[in-house]
Design a protein around this ligand. Structure first.
Ligand code: CP
Ligand code: NVA
Length: 340
């Protein structure tokens, strides 16, 4: 296995400039057409400016919806999708985004690829780069996605690994901005597993100067390296990252409360132990009552009502989960129209 080299994937501002026609901004607002990155592998790689650029572009595409539009920046482009884990939102929102921007997406099932029979990631990346204009990958190892990117001459988008879920976090930031009108001064509480979604969300909060408080059961904390990196970024943005075990303390005064499944994909063998460990970490009406009155509830979905969230919360008036899910597609449009 080749080691990931950040220098392969991080390129200087301006070297990936692609001026596009038809990207004029609604209501006279300027939307940047440049990112500092070639691939979207993890939130830590994105600058605050990159995040704002992607979300503004996503917002631009969202506002185009329903209007007659001949803006097809992906005309003639083919995007690949490799899924080693199940997906509803990521798969369908990505494919819909590609189609709506005039391109086509092809599903590359692991069972159909030689990758599934031992062809190397490096060779697969080099070969697929000759056919495709970009690729979305959902798999187990973050290292595998980063290795793919190191050998790819087309942009690579991480559609979830065991460690991160960057495009989810971007949609989450977009949703918070839409619902609450700001990031700074917001406290985002996360209750549950210190997992891939928590890692990306924590770093995303830090990047935009939002306070973040996470409460997990002992033994299910987010990785220390991720916490330390997020704290460093947060300090430079004037926000704080709190890590603890008390869901009430995390939710007290929060403007957004977030949770995710207790048993992630690939953890089914730990299900019984996890259900026991997390049983006091359900986001329910009692916990939501500690949050700010304006608080919204977020969940990346899929949800398990009665486990990490009560039906009364996820189906209640504070829930923004379906707008959040919709924003996944707009974020993909934003990313694709910037990097392809
Ligand atoms: N939130 C999310 O990534 O959902 P899927 O697993 O359905 O893609
Ligand atoms: N943590 C969950 C997120 C699903 C979108 C998982 O990895 O299964």
């Amino acid at each position: 296995m080749h080691k990931y080299s950040p220098s392969v994937v991080v390129i200087e501002r301006g070297s990936l400039v692609k001026k596009k026609t038809g990207s004029a901004v609604v209501a006279g607002e300027a939307v940047e057409d440049t990112l500092n990155i070639r691939h979207v592998l993890k939130v830590a790689d994105l600058s605050t400016a990159d995040i704002i650029t992607i979300i503004r572009k996503a917002r631009y595409w969202k506002l185009q919806e329903g209007q007659t539009s001949d803006l097809r920046p992906l005309e003639g482009k083919t995007l690949g999708m490799i899924f080693s884990k199940p997906s509803t939102r990521t798969r369908v929102s990505f494919q819909a985004a590609v189609c709506q921007l005039g391109g086509q997406a092809i599903n590359l099932s692991m069972n159909d690829l030689q990758l599934g029979r031992g062809e190397s990631i490096a060779d697969t990346a080099r070969v697929l780069s000759r056919y495709l204009d970009g690729i979305l990958i959902r798999t187990f190892s973050q290292g595998d996605v980063e290795e793919f990117a190191a050998f790819s001459t087309m942009p690579v988008i991480n559609g979830l690994t065991d460690e991160t879920h960057p495009t989810q976090a971007l949609a989450d930031l977009m949703t918070i901005q839409e619902k609450l009108g700001r990031w700074q001064g917001i406290k985002l509480a996360y209750v549950g597993d210190g997992n891939n979604v928590a890692h990306s969300l924590m770093m995303a909060a830090a990047k935009v100067g939002m306070d973040f408080a996470i409460a997990t059961p002992p033994g299910y904390e987010p990785e220390a390296a991720v916490v330390n990196a997020a704290r460093e970024v947060a300090a430079s943005m004037g926000s704080v990252i709190e890590v603890g075990y008390d869901p009430e303390a995390a939710c007290r005064g929060a403007q957004a409360v977030y949770t995710d499944v207790w048993v992630s994909m690939g953890q089914d063998g730990e299900k019984d132990a996890r259900l026991e460990a997390f049983k006091d970490y359900q986001v329910n009406d009692e916990l939501m009552s500690l949050a700010s009155e304006e608080a919204i509830f977020l969940h990346c979905l899929p949800a398990h009502r009665g486990e990490e969230v009560s039906a009364s919360v996820i189906d209640g008036p504070q829930s923004a989960v379906f707008d959040q899910a919709e924003n996944r597609m707009h974020i993909y449009k934003g990313i694709l129209s910037l990097i392809i």
